[in-house]
Design a protein around this ligand. Structure first.
Ligand SMILES: [Zn+2]
Length: 379
């Protein structure tokens, strides 16, 4: 199809993408409650003749196009969940050329454009040569632990050749996974009165010492250029000023863009905890989620997918494309050796804040990108 036709379709359907973004914003989709949005996506696509649409056990909406029997599938996805816990509908407001609403760019507009691009394939009667799976997936944000993407990859095990996640903005391309591990660590002691039991172990003092020791870890694993970090993000504990604390806990995470970095941090963390336990501390370690790093991906195939995406984005947008590692749904395919990238179909800012916005005019540009992408992966 000619570029002219793609641009004409994008221009003719940008308003539809805007309206669809507004309708989707009104359907709350906090973590664990994405089903209503998935159901809406299913019936919207069925209105345009989609068959084989289902909602799976992870609350993903899944549309298959010529997927049966293929073992070289392309998975296109945009996530339904937002970081906001609100269960009341959220309205999009217009201000100048902007659309404002929590979650509007991350990832609602991208989802709307993926749906319009799917509608385009249905209307054109295009049967993707190697099969296509189009998904509105759950669980990308926060403690969702990539639930939806994990389910998709499990359901199509061994059959996925590449995955593209529409997320973020169109001037960013995420082509490498930042993996992470998150924990709640709780220290418990017998406690007592601050004066009468002075000298008895204090959970806050023990946790503080544990944190101090963790902060002596110097990440050095993985090849040159590997970035590995850690953070204690929250602490709580204690009862009163004159009580020897019985309990104290923290939220702790570490991240790396290389699997070796994550493994190194895990070993260092375990060693510190074991050392404290050996000295009598009672420590509970609770995993709050693991996002794996990439491992075993064919570097040539991954580079080709990344390069193609960058060229596509440059063709449709002005300015530079920032290519960088990130923690996204792509962590799952990349950890299983499946090439994957993530980029957005809109321009905006303030993701994960209540001031989030997108440029209304960017929907037409983004739709052009989406259409060219779905045509390319259908060849
Ligand atoms: Zn997102």
């Amino acid at each position: 199809m000619e570029m002219e036709q793609i641009k004409a379709y994008a221009a003719a359907h940008a308003e539809e993408a805007r309206q669809l973004t507004e309708v989707l914003c009104r359907i709350p989709a906090p973590f664990g409650k994405e089903r209503a949005r998935a159901e809406f996506c299913k019936s919207w696509l069925e209105r345009y003749g989609a068959q084989n649409v289902r909602i799976d056990s992870a609350d993903n909406m899944v549309l298959e196009l010529n997927a049966a029997g293929s073992d070289a599938l392309t998975v296109l996805m945009a996530h339904t969940d937002t970081v906001f816990p609100d269960t009341a509908p959220m309205e999009v407001r217009r201000k100048g050329g902007r659309l404002l609403c929590p979650g509007v760019g991350d990832d609602t507009a991208n989802l709307a454009e993926l749906l319009v691009a799917a509608r385009f394939l249905l209307e054109q009667g295009i049967s993707p040569k190697h099969g296509l799976v189009i998904a509105a997936n759950s669980g990308e944000e926060g403690l969702g632990n990539l639930r939806g993407c994990r389910q998709l990859i499990a359901d199509y095990r061994g059959r996925v050749a590449r995955m593209i996640s529409f997320d973020g903005y169109y001037n960013r391309l995420w082509n490498k996974a930042v993996g992470s591990a998150r924990y709640r660590v709780t220290v418990r002691t017998r406690g007592g009165h601050s004066f009468r039991d002075f000298g008895a172990p204090n959970a806050i003092a023990q946790l503080a010492e544990l944190i101090g020791t963790l902060y002596t870890v110097r990440p050095h694993w993985g090849p040159e250029g590997t970035v590995t970090t850690y953070n204690v993000g929250a602490i709580q504990g204690g009862t009163s000023v004159n009580t020897i604390a019985q309990e104290a806990s923290m939220l702790y995470e570490y991240r790396s863009d290389e699997a070796a970095g994550l493994r190194g941090m895990e070993e260092a963390f375990r060693a510190v905890v074991e050392d404290f336990r050996a000295r009598g501390a009672e420590i509970e370690v609770e995993s709050l989620g693991v996002r794996p790093c990439g491992e075993g991906v064919d570097p040539v195939a991954q580079q080709a997918l990344s390069d193609w995406s960058e060229v596509l984005l440059k063709k449709h947008t002005a300015g530079d494309i920032v290519v960088e590692p990130a923690s996204t749904d792509c962590n799952i395919p990349l950890s299983l050796g499946i090439p994957a990238v993530s980029f957005g179909l809109c321009d905006g800012g303030g993701a994960h804040t209540r001031q989030e916005w997108i440029e209304a005019a960017s929907l037409e540009t983004g739709l052009g990108i989406a259409l060219e992408a779905v045509l390319h992966v259908s060849e």
